[in-house]
Design a protein around this ligand. Structure first.
Ligand code: IPE
Ligand code: IPE
Ligand code: MG
Length: 235
């Protein structure tokens, strides 16, 4: 089995999963968060080098105050716990998204986790928090415009690589494979630039139920894909 170098996951369906069990949405988020640890172990075991998960979008602030507060509490706990997980898995953790949108203590926990794990290379784990691809492009292009106005780069030097270097994912290879759980078939503002040639996989399984067997099933489907990048395959 050819294992993708970089897998991106839109972990969707926590709320519906909980509702189906007669439980509040927050219960789904707790279970979904617990599943993150398991999936990191599975990815490492399978030899995946990069994993990027979409955990909170720039649009998710629109949810009820109660739900957003519950998620913030979950992030606080998880970011702390993630130090141990990164040590166990020798995994480097990086947050992508606009972290300045979070309370100061969350920003400090993020900085601490990134600093703690910065030399690990077994698995590169990116968590998208307050992430929106369009917002990422806007923030990146503002920095680029600033560098141009200060004469640090000239417009003639701008290539595709330059743009990539101004995104939150600078230095991280593009995803080979994107999985979205729970049935929706859209990107919801996730990695628009980076996923130009990524293979997509949609499953009805809700995120809290997405386990190693489901992951292997998905990777098997990836193996059936014929990646061409615009070329023509020899007959
Ligand atoms: C994904 O589950 C987690 C977040 C977006 C925070 P949802 O909360 O979107 O669950 P559904 O899609 O409403 O079931
Ligand atoms: C996308 O899921 C964002 C995350 C998984 C964090 P949503 O549930 O927010 O997306 P929509 O609203 O269904 O497009
Ligand atoms: Mg959803």
């Amino acid at each position: 089995m050819n294992v993708p170098n970089h897998i991106a996951i839109i972990l969707d369906g926590n709320g519906r999963w909980a509702k189906a069990k007669g439980m509040p949405r927050s219960y789904g988020h707790v279970k979904g968060c617990a599943n993150l640890e398991t999936i990191c172990d599975d990815m490492k075991e399978l030899g995946v080098k990069y994993l990027t998960v979409y955990a909170f979008s720039t649009e998710n602030w629109k949810r009820s105050r109660e739900e957003v507060e519950g998620l913030m509490k979950l992030f606080r706990n998880y970011l702390k716990k993630c130090i141990k997980i990164s040590e166990k898995n020798k995994m480097r953790v990086k947050i992508i998204g606009d972290v300045t949108g979070f309370d100061g203590d969350i920003q400090r926990k993020i900085a601490e986790l990134e600093e703690f794990s910065k030399d690990y290379t077994e698995l590169h784990f990116q968590i998208a928090l307050n992430y929106g691809s369009r917002d990422e492009i806007v923030r990146g292009m503002r920095r680029m415009a600033d560098d141009i106005s200060k004469g640090r780069i000239s417009p003639a030097d701008i290539g595709e690589g330059t743009i990539g270097n101004y995104l939150d994912t600078a230095g991280i290879p593009d995803p080979d494979f994107m999985i979205r759980t729970s049935g929706e078939q859209r990107l919801s503002n996730f990695l628009l630039w980076q996923m130009a040639y990524t293979e997509f996989y949609f499953t009805d399984v809700a995120w809290p139920d997405f386990n190693k067997a489901e992951l292997i099933r998905a990777i098997e489907k990836y193996n059936e894909r014929d990646r061409r990048y615009g070329g023509v395959k020899e007959e």
